[in-house]
Design a protein around this ligand. Structure first.
Ligand code: CO
Length: 156
């Protein structure tokens, strides 16, 4: 495995719609391994392929010691709404509040090309939505109700 460079705001790739993964092969598995190593190195909860410069529809999320890998993901259901703070490895030092579904059901393929389906609420739902957005070229700041630099928020 190897660390990959994380693309940050200003790079056009973050605004582009990612293409489907046509074949789940060793190259894709290697990218997923590298993404996991990179995400852990920077203490992230999720990472999408465009964030390491690869414009393909796949992302990973790690929460409560479980790693979710989703290739060509599609939402099956989104319910409710919750407003919480978000951050992103591609927008270092920035925070914002974003409205997201409180519950989602999502399907896709795993690293072996097998169909997988996950349900998530709270933080997991938020992570799935945030990472899926990266595949559409959307950053959390584009959806943010409030957006600020970490440590500069005024006391309310
Ligand atoms: Co992000």
């Amino acid at each position: 495995m190897a660390l990959r460079n994380i693309v940050t705001e200003g790079d056009e790739i973050l605004k582009k719609k990612a293409r489907e993964v046509s074949e789940v092969n060793d190259r894709i598995r290697l990218i997923l391994d590298d993404m996991l190593e990179t995400m852990r190195e920077y203490d992230g909860v999720g990472l999408a392929a465009p964030q390491v410069g690869i414009l393909r529809r796949m992302f990973i999320v790690e929460l409560e010691d479980k790693v979710y890998e989703l290739i060509n993901p599609e939402f099956l259901e989104q319910k409710g709404s919750i407003i919480e703070e978000e951050a992103c490895l591609s927008l270092p030092g920035m925070v914002g509040t974003v409205e997201r579904p409180a519950f989602v059901r999502i399907k896709g393929m795993d690293r072996h090309g097998h169909s997988v389906e996950y349900e998530g609420e709270g933080l997991l739902a938020k992570a799935f939505c945030h990472e899926y957005d990266h595949l559409e070229g959307i950053l959390f700041k584009d959806r943010a109700i409030k957006y600020w630099e970490l440590g500069t928020e005024d006391e309310e």
